[in-house]
Design a binder for this molecule. Sequence first.
Ligand SMILES: Cc1cc2nc3c(=O)[nH]c(=O)nc-3n(C[C@H](O)[C@H](O)[C@H](O)COP(=O)(O)OP(=O)(O)OC[C@H]3O[C@@H](n4cnc5c(N)ncnc54)[C@H](O)[C@@H]3O)c2cc1C
Length: 451
Amino acid sequence: MEGNGDHAVVAGASVAGLLAARVLSDAYARVTVVERDARSPIGEHRKGVPQGRHVHGLLPRGVEIVDDLFPAFTDELTQAGAHFCELFQGALFCPAGRPLARIRTGLRSLHASRPFLEGHLRERVQALANVEFVDRCDVVGLVADEDRDRVTGIRLLRRADGSAEEVLAADLVIDATGRASRTPAWLDALGYPRPEEEQVQIRLGYASCPLRLHPGALNGDQLVLFGAEPGRPSGLALSAIEGDGWMLSLFGYGEHRPPGGVEGFWSFAAQVAPPDLLRVIRDAEPLDRIVLHRLDSNLRRRYERLHRFPDGLVVVGDALCSFNPIYAQGMTVAALEAVALRRCLEGGGDHLARRFFRAAAKTLDHAWRMATGADLALPVVEGRRPLPVRIVNAYMRRLLAVATHDPAVATIFMRVTGMVDPLATLFRPTVAFRVLRPARGRTGAAASPGP
Ligand SMILES: Cc1cc2nc3c(=O)[nH]c(=O)nc-3n(C[C@H](O)[C@H](O)[C@H](O)COP(=O)(O)OP(=O)(O)OC[C@H]3O[C@@H](n4cnc5c(N)ncnc54)[C@H](O)[C@@H]3O)c2cc1C
């Protein structure tokens, strides 16, 4: 690809950084990935990704994209112990209090522990001849040309030897350092405006514990999900992971967050899980300690709205937008952004950032509306609910009730939440007809919305 330059640098070797590095390896002679943490063996947790100790699933669209970027990747992963979940045949999926129809949608999500998935991804990127990793190194700032029109590299500090700052020159810098990204401050220091930040406060808490269940305890299911409801703003996700393990994550909003401690964990689980499921998880063997995580908001940085932005810099992944994790969108959104980046690179280096941020914004609109819309359906979440949000939430409440017995609606719902089809699909006349037609002899609609 012409006009892009020779060397690209990616800050952050987590999922978004690894996927970006894969795409950049086709467009640049050299790609350097700079990561703060030391390289860890596959499946081992690391400090820079604390969310890795909680349930992580890859949505159907994410599965398609990683297989496109790394042929047969997900097959390799399942051979190594990860699990495909056939939606909804292999999943007890209760986004709004009642299970969705157990039908074959033709969609698969991928389930493994987060460090297992990321470790395999890194192996594949590491195998690319023109990609080099520099671990145990902090990116501490950007370097720009004299006019400050273009970012020309990064400043970094090697953790191993505590030596002085170094400069690594680059034709393109990708910030994939996650939600705590310092690009807004670095832009400020270069005389650029910071991006507007949009937030929907959720004050979400997770508590997770890996378990070993009795064989066959879930009759072949790989995933159990109980979503939050207006009357009970808490839920749980139980997902198969590699090595016959399971990851149980409990979550709740605001004052309904799961508490620390073993007793608190199990009494919280008892409030969310139906008795048969509670028996299964209580009979299981805990494989590690209980770990808590807190996330205060959905956070979107509107780089696409900036009128001034330097060339040579792009922001991806959670650094651009991070969502309420219960909807499992983050890694799939990072994959969609990698696809958008690839397309933009094919168009050459001119105005790359502007073109990328606009393209990414379309993907983010979908994910953002899904996540924040579902959050705002819960009274516990503070925020404005203009009429369109209230109408959509009423419609979604009904759609989920219909999806409990209508295979067509359940499939469309999963295609949209799996990010295979656009959000607008849910509102097509043919779907709206099925959702809104009077319930002839049906059981009543569940009184709760969901994602
Ligand atoms: C509790 C929880 C559960 C989740 N569950 C799911 C799920 O089921 N499915 C899903 O798709 N997503 C899920 N997510 C979201 C998912 O984890 C992220 O969207 C995904 O990891 C992409 O993030 P990222 O690569 O942009 O950033 P991160 O994963 O946050 O990684 C940032 C990387 O940058 C490195 N770094 C940071 N600062 C520097 C620096 N200055 N210099 C060098 N390196 C640096 C860090 O060490 C780290 O490796 C969940 C998130 C949470 C919090």
